[in-house]
Ligand binder design. Structure first.
Ligand SMILES: O=C(O)CCC(=O)C(=O)O
Ligand SMILES: [Fe+2]
Length: 294
C-alpha cells in the first residue's frame, strides 16, 4: 500500500507527516500528540485493507504510530543456526536494490549462464567482490570459468546492507545469533519461472570461515520460491522447505553452516505489484547471497 494513501487517511485526524519507512513499517507523526489515543482506538481501512496502529515508544516527547500490519517483520528460527526473517527489507529498499542489481547485471561482467559439472545451470548469475568459479570451485579475481573479465567490485552500500541486516537481527533478538560475517562476496542469481537450483552446500569459502560458522546471508527479490534445506545428505535426513518471498532474508550459519540447500521451484507471477516495473527488464526471482570468503 502506498505511503501517500496511508498518510492521506491519517490526515483526517489532523496534520500528520511520514517520519520514516523502515522494514515494511510506516512511521507517522501527528502534529498534535493528543490525537494518538483516538487514532489507536479507531478501526482503519485503507484501499480495502485493514491497518492496525501500534504505538512507538515515546522518543524525546515525540509521539507517532507505526502502521503497516500487512508486512510485519517476523523472525522464524527453523533450526539451530537457521533463520528465516520475513519482510525484513522494505518495499522502497527492494525497489532500489532490484534496479541497482539489474543495472550491474547488464554490465559486461554481469549476468551469464554458468555450467556446473558439465551441465548448464537453470539460472543466470554474476558475482561481486570475488568471482565464484563453478569449475575449479574456488573464489577468483577474474571470471576464470567464462570470459576472463575482472569481477565487479562489491559496492559499499551492499556491504552496509549486509552489515545492517546482522545488526537489526541482533537487536530484534536481543542476542548475537551468529558470529559476525564480513561481506566480501555477493553471488547474484536470477531465476526465470522455469529456474531451479539443486541441493548443494556452500563450501568454497575458507575452512576457517566454515569452521567458525560464519553465516551466509541470502536476500530474495521478485517472485517467491520454494527453498529446500536439510542438515544431512538428502537420502538420510529429513528435507524441510519454506517459501522465500520478496524482501525475505534467510541465514544459515553456526552449526548449520554446511546446510544442504536449493531452490525447488519459482512461483510464476508472484512479484509484488509495486516491484514489477523495477524488474521488468528481467522478470522472475533475484537472490543475493553475501559471504565471507576468507
Ligand atoms: O537462490 C537461493 O535462494 C539460493 C542460492 C544459493 O544457494 C547459492 O547461490 O549458493
Ligand atoms: Fe548455496
Amino acid at each position: 500500500m502506498p505511503s501517500e494513501s496511508v498518510l492521506q487517511h491519517m490526515e483526517q485526524f489532523g496534520p500528520a507527516t511520514v517520519v520514516k519507512r523502515c522494514r515494511g513499517y510506516l512511521y507517522v507523526k501527528f502534529a498534535d500528540p493528543h490525537v494518538v489515543p483516538h487514532v489507536r482506538a479507531t478501526r482503519h481501512v485503507v484501499e480495502g485493507a485493514a491497518l492496525t496502529v501500534e504505538p512507538v515508544r515515546a522518543k524525546k516527547k515525540e509521539w507517532y504510530c507505526q502502521i503497516d500490519p500487512q508486512f510485519p517483520v517476523r523472525v522464524r528460527r527453523l533450526g539451530n543456526g537457521i533463520v528465516h526473517i520475513q519482510n525484513m527489507i522494505s518495499m522502497e529498499m527492494q525497489k532500489r536494490l532490484a534496479r541497482r542489481v539489474l543495472l550491474l547485471g547488464e554490465s559486461p561482467a554481469g549476468f551469464y549462464r554458468p555450467s556446473f559439472e558439465g551441465r548448464q545451470m537453470h539460472l543466470s548469475t554474476f558475482c561481486l567482490g570475488h568471482h565464484w568459479d563453478t569449475v575449479s570451485h574456488t573464489y577468483t579475481a577474474v571470471r576464470s570459468d567464462s570470459d576472463g573479465l575482472p569481477v565487479l567490485a562489491l559496492p559499499e552500500d551492499l556491504m552496509d546492507l549486509a552489515a545492517g541486516i546482522q545488526h537489526d537481527l541482533n537487536q530484534k533478538r536481543q542476542e548475537k545469533m551468529f558470529p559476525e560475517m564480513l561481506p566480501e562476496a555477493c553471488i547474484v542469481n536470477h531465476y526465470t519461472a522455469e529456474g531451479s537450483l539443486g541441493l548443494h552446500q556452500d563450501l568454497d569459502e575458507s575452512s576457517s570461515s566454515l569452521d567458525k560458522g560464519i553465516p551466509v546471508i541470502s536476500l530474495s527479490l521478485g517472485c517467491s520460491a520454494r527453498f529446500l534445506f536439510t542438515m544431512g545428505p538428502s537420502e538420510t535426513s529429513e528435507t524441510q522447505s519454506c517459501v522465500l518471498k520478496s524482501g525475505d532474508i534467510f541465514i544459515f550459519g553456526g552449526p548449520a553452516r554446511r546446510l544442504h540447500h536449493g531452490i525447488a521451484k519459482v512461483f510464476p507471477r508472484t512479484t509484488p505489484k509495486s516491484l514489477q516495473a523495477d524488474m521488468e527488464g528481467r522478470p522472475g526471482r533475484l537472490n543475493l547471497t553475501f559471504r565471507q570468503v576468507m
